[in-house]
Write a protein that binds this ligand. Structure first.
Ligand code: F6P
Length: 547
């Protein structure tokens, strides 16, 4: 596969960029009063407005051409049909099978994976019903009131984000999440809980992750301290994993293990057994609605022409800003308190997937790949970092996520929220030129010298792009659509950049070195050969801990 930068569409985009870079968004809107109709799409429950981007119809044509030249259609089919596209780990990539509502088989190594998918979903349904109804009891016969998911990365961020996002629908035991190996998190979580009514979910694809096993062992000890009987582990621990041997070794009854498979990537796993905490919190019906929303987006992604394909357009807009405008990051700005952890979830989804600098063929990319992803709920961000978005030197494309209705209305607060979202996108795009700043200052009755002095500070360059995604209100189906939209966007970008979006070797080196350093923190242990900074820090830790 030739480098994307050598493809005719990329070259054409380069020329097109040179022309368009001179044209402010404001004038694109002024020249075409109907620009919104041209650049917005309704898909299921989402309205995607991409008109505030630095594009014309020609740009979208070139996006589609680039996608064609990158053989995107074939790549999409390869993913959905179970080809081993995760080439560095030799695995298929089939999170879409987890929400496949059709009768279509999905075949890996000659076997349809769908019966296993359905079996685990049924097992989750059965178990969550038992726990939620009080039929499942703890060691002393008490029903479960609190569930603690112990996992990290994809075994934490997805379920945690979804449980928070769908809190409005929560009617099961209270879900808690412990991920950090910092003992403070587990201690703080357990402080308010009773062993008799607490169920631990040990969520780990590999069941070898250091942080998760450390927390899981401490939680097991907490249960053993309370009941003084290993039998209690059976009622208070379940496991979500691909590694049955390690689960059994830990002492969890294999009956209480919920399986998934190597073709489910960690950051794509909330749809699998890893979503058990979600099902316990909101019930299986709602969990299936979440899957249904994602399935709707899967069908759209697989079938829609590129010009009308939300994930494809979003992905190419990202490529446009990353590779042509030089943007190094993008901000996700939910005007929805329920989506407070959505940016954190997207950080793993996007940065662990596309934060790569070699292509699938092992050669250096020679162009920028995955951007830094960040964000906070919108109005809070306005009072923190929006200054930089509006008047800083960097271009930061933004995604505004806006529910039209509140699930918790109080007076006109939600209208205030929505007005702020729309206003921020407008301000970023329009800016305020010198003449406008001058006129406003004059209206304030300032002296001429004072006015002149302030004008540069009060102008906004504008021309800053954003997408707005509107939905009526956050339901499980809407959330499923949103998550799948971003998943597929990341996939498309990975294909354009020719990186493997499904491995994560970049997280391994630090883990390995930590294992070397751990024993060296003890005073009586020899310190192996490190750089002088690391050695100095190890010695400082030893000295400080002695005092
Ligand atoms: O941080 C690396 C990583 O492998 C992630 O990709 C994964 O989601 C996380 O660790 C947790 O892994 P596991 O589910 O195997 O404990």
């Amino acid at each position: 596969m030739p480098k994307p930068t050598t493809l005719p569409a990329w070259q054409a985009l380069q020329d097109h960029y040179r022309e368009l870079a001179q044209v402010p968004l404001r004038s694109l809107f002024a020249d075409d009063p109907d620009r919104f109709s041209l650049f917005n799409l309704h898909q299921d429950d989402l309205l995607f407005d991409f008109s505030k981007n630095r594009i014309t119809s020609r740009t979208v044509d070139l996006f589609a051409q680039l996608a064609d030249e990158c053989t995107l259609s074939e790549d999409i089919e390869a993913m959905f049909s179970g080809a081993r596209i995760n080439a560095t780990e030799g695995r298929a990539v089939l999170h879409t099978a987890l929400r496949n509502e059709s009768d279509r088989p999905v075949v890996v190594d000659g076997a349809d994976v769908m019966p296993d998918v359905r079996r685990v979903l049924d097992q989750m349904e059965d178990f969550s019903q038992k726990v939620r109804s009080g039929e499942w009891v703890g060691h002393t016969g008490e029903p479960i009131t609190d569930v603690v998911n112990i996992g990290i990365g994809g075994s934490d961020l997805g379920p945690l984000m979804v449980v928070q996002a769908l809190d409005h629908y929560a009617d099961g035991p209270k879900a808690h999440f412990v991920s950090n190996v910092d003992p403070t998190q587990l201690s703080q979580t357990l402080r308010g809980l009773s062993p008799e009514t607490t169920l631990f979910i040990i969520a780990s694809k590999t069941f070898t992750t250091q942080e998760t096993l450390a927390n899981a062992k401490a939680a097991r000890q907490w249960i053993l301290d309370a009941f003084d009987s290993f039998e209690a582990v059976k009622n208070h621990f379940v496991a979500l994993s691909t590694n049955r041997t390690q689960v059994v070794e830990f002492g969890i009854d294999p009956e209480n293990m919920f399986a998934f498979w190597d073709w489910v990537g960690g950051r794509y796993s909330l749809w699998s057994a890893i979503g058990l905490s979600i099902a316990l919190s909101i019930g299986m019906e709602n969990f299936r609605a979440l899957l249904g929303g994602a399935y709707a987006m899967d069908k759209h992604f697989r079938n829609a022409p590129f010009h009308q394909n939300l994930p494809v357009l979003m992905a190419l807009l990202g490529v446009w800003y990353t590779n042509f405008f030089g943007a190094a990051s993008y901000a996700v700005l939910p005007y929805d308190q329920y989506l407070a952890r959505f940016p954190a979830f997207l950080q793993q989804l996007d940065m662990e997937s596309n934060g790569k600098r070699v292509r699938l063929d092992g050669r250096q990319v020679g162009y920028e790949t995955g951007p830094v992803v960040w964000g906070e709920p919108g109005t809070n961000g306005q009072h923190a970092f929006y200054q930089l978005l509006h008047q800083g030197t960097r271009l930061v494309p933004c995604d505004f996520l806006v529910p039209v209705q509140s699930l918790n209305p109080i007076g006109d607060q939600h209208e205030i929220l929505v007005a702020n979202a729309l206003a921020q996108a407008e301000a970023l795009m329009m800016g305020r030129n010198e003449a406008e700043a001058l006129a406003e200052l004059k209206g304030e009755g300032l002296s001429e010298t004072e006015t002149e002095r302030l004008v540069p500070h009060k102008t906004f360059p504008g021309n800053r792009p954003s997408n707005s995604i509107l939905y009526k209100r956050l339901t499980p189906a809407v959330l499923g659509q949103l998550i799948a939209l971003y998943e597929h966007k990341v996939f498309v970008q990975g294909r354009i950049w020719q990186v493997n979006s499904f491995d994560q070797w970049g997280v391994e080196l630090g883990k390995k070195l930590a294992k070397v350093i751990l024993p060296e923190l003890e005073n009586d242990q020899p310190i192996s050969s490190h750089d002088s900074s690391t050695t100095g820090l190890i010695q400082a830790v030893r000295q400080i801990s002695e005092k």
